[in-house]
Design a protein around this ligand. Structure first.
Ligand code: MG
Length: 255
């Protein structure tokens, strides 16, 4: 069953989402050649504690860190380490927190210094595919309309969608129903209703869609070694425009 959130539950989820958005913006600013992903993890934890929130990923099915950091051909679930980012890398940053029992979850992929035009295009197309999916998150649409919009936005640009991982409902659990694949025909699945909160998260490969999991049991990488990108927002379905809970207000000011 897909749980509908009441207005008061949504209030708490807005706070959780705001914390995630602020931390992602701080991490984006901290990313530079020479910083290690462990340093990013430590920064994220400090900011979570400051904001009276708890890390959602640490210990989740045994995940060993506070955030996920996925470099270049790593698609998702990379584990922060001593590895230092290099000029030209791209790094996916996935942040989840719990505030008063409610989860927020979002991800961005950011350039490290100067990146190639091809890498920049992958980031842009992946972010656009997230926007296309979010635009479908309104009452009356069906779940697979989101999936289809993401897939179209990705494949029309010559990239491929990862199928092994999906977006998800979110609330008092990190992963609730429904599962939200990033591919599919439109017009099927449950009808979207006010009060649904969805984490929509395209994972997009520059080359083929196939992935494999590294021996650490977590890190998903592209099978062909080409780049991958990941963007995610936690979104509340409304009868009007979808409400993005994890958007950073500061980022809006910068634009
Ligand atoms: Mg997620």
């Amino acid at each position: 069953m897909i749980e509908l959130k009441s207005p008061s539950q949504l209030q708490i989820m807005r706070r959780a989402g705001r914390v995630v958005g602020e931390i992602l913006e701080a991490l984006r600013e901290a990313v530079r050649p020479g910083i290690s992903t462990l340093e990013l993890d430590e920064l994220a934890l400090r900011l979570m504690i400051q904001r009276k929130s708890k890390p959602a990923f640490k210990g989740y099915r045994g995940f060993p860190a506070h955030i996920c950091t996925s470099i270049n051909e790593e698609v998702v679930h990379g584990i922060p380490s001593q590895r230092r980012l290099k000029e030209g890398d791209i790094v996916g940053l996935d942040v989840g927190v719990v505030v008063d029992g409610y989860y927020g979850d979002a991800a961005i992929t950011v350039p490290v210094g100067q990146i190639t035009a091809e890498a920049a295009r992958l980031l842009q197309v992946t972010e656009e595919s997230l926007a296309a999916g979010i635009a479908m998150a309104t009452t009356g649409n069906r779940l697979s309309d989101i999936s289809h919009a993401v897939q179209q936005a990705v494949e029309s640009k010559g990239y491929s969608v990862v199928r092994e991982f999906v977006g998800h409902g979110i609330g008092t659990q990190l992963h609730e129903l429904p599962q939200i694949p990033n591919y599919g025909k439109p017009g099927s699945g449950p009808r979207l209703k006010e009060g649904m909160v969805l984490a929509i998260e395209p994972m997009v490969n520059q080359g083929g869609p196939e992935i494999e999991i590294l021996p650490d049991g977590w890190t998903a990488v592209t099978k062909d070694g080409k780049l991958a990108a990941h963007f995610e927002h936690t979104v509340a379905v409304t009868s009007g425009a979808p409400e993005i809970l994890t958007e950073c207000q500061k980022k809006k000011l910068f634009r």
